[in-house]
Design a protein around this ligand. Structure first.
Ligand code: NAG
Ligand code: NAG
Ligand code: NAG
Length: 318
């Protein structure tokens, strides 16, 4: 009896320990050419009305807008073509993961993000056929080179963040409901000036990560050259333990004000680069860019030489 009880006790302790340790195993490891099978190129009209023409994978590869070799994966906007104002927008690339993820850790090892006036890049997750009910988590997003980066959730009604968890970032919004405040969402700005655009690229790029559980969503950021990034994350280890990753810049807690499990379902990872559109175009001049955004895009192909993503890897742990 005593030994049976102690066996029960030991397995209880083990069960509690395994629930509490935030250890995840590598599920998908996208490096170089594996992005070409793990992601689909979405040749769709830009939902945000940007001055882009999203091309399919065969077109992107033939025009070298998508490039995969070794441990390099690049997607970019065209930087050679002058456009007719009445024709389609600048060729660009938008990719969506084949797999969907619920509770998971996503790691984005980024060498370079698109920069330049009019650029509006994003690395984010959603269920496109169920927006906003399936939730949206924006991990990297910004416009016109304006730093810092902001992480944002967008949901259906009934999700607010009256208080956040312990985090280093600055709260930009507390109502996650996409129908409120012009879909501003509940966002938190990174507390580092080099988290976005040219500053990010000058720091050698860096590491963005998100952990999604039913208890919270957290996001972390480290520059590549600034040090401090956890070794399991930077090395692409077979497992990661987010308990060792320190205070996140953003921590959205599950609470009576927002039941995360009911506001998020299986999400794809999406990486897109649009130009102008509802956000970048609307603030083009106030962000220090001159003239009309679409005209700028049409007439200045060489301004897009640095409008590219270069990924060392995207890794998903479950
Ligand atoms: C395609 O892009 C890659 C990465 O920028 C570059 O190294 C390569 O030379 C390009 N290929 C051609 C044919 O332009
Ligand atoms: C990417 O597309 C989604 C809509 O499908 C939009 O919410 C997001 O802002 C877009 N971002 C860019 C950079 O195109
Ligand atoms: C995405 O949303 C659709 C529509 O509600 C749903 O049927 C589907 O199961 C969702 N996908 C995932 C992976 O949860």
């Amino acid at each position: 009896m005593a030994s049976r009880l102690s066996a029960v006790f030991v397995s209880l302790v083990l069960a509690v320990t395994s629930v509490r340790a935030a250890t995840y195993s590598l599920k998908d490891n996208f490096v170089g050419s594996s992005f070409l099978t793990g992601f689909t190129h979405e040749a769709i009209a830009d939902p945000t009305h940007g001055r882009v023409n999203y091309v399919d994978q065969a077109t992107a590869l033939s025009k070298n807008l998508t490039y995969a070799s070794g441990n390099t994966f690049i997607i970019r906007a065209d930087d050679t073509t002058t456009l007719s104002a009445s024709g389609p927008g600048r060729n660009s690339v938008r990719i969506r993961s084949v797999n969907t993820y619920t509770t998971h850790v996503a790691v984005f090892d980024i060498r370079h993000m698109p920069q330049g006036c009019s650029t509006w890049p994003a690395a984010w997750e959603t269920n496109e056929s169920d927006w906003p009910n399936g939730g949206e988590a924006d991990i990297v997003e910004g416009v016109n080179d304006v730093s810092p980066n902001q992480g944002t959730l967008h949901t259906s009604a009934g999700c607010t963040m009256p208080s956040y968890g312990s985090q280093t970032g600055q709260v930009a919004g507390t109502d996650c409901n996409a129908n409120d405040n012009g879909n501003a969402g509940c966002g938190v700005k990174v507390n580092k000036a080099n988290s976005y655009g040219p500053g990010f690229n000058n720091a050698g790029g860096g590491y963005y990560a998100m952990e999604r559980t039913n208890n919270f969503i957290k996001m972390w950021f480290w520059t590549r050259n600034g040090g401090g990034a956890p070794s399991d994350l930077t090395s692409g280890a077979a497992s990661v333990n987010t308990d060792n990753w320190g205070t996140p810049w953003a921590w959205w807690p599950n609470s009576a004000s927002c039941n995360l499990a009911s506001h998020f379902n299986g999400n794809n990872i999406i990486i897109n680069l649009t130009l102008c559109g509802d956000w970048a175009g609307a603030v083009f001049n106030s962000d220090g860019c001159s003239g009309d955004c679409a005209t700028y895009v049409n007439n200045n192909p060489s301004a897009f030489a640095n409008a590219y993503w270069n990924f060392a890897a995207v890794r998903v742990y479950e």
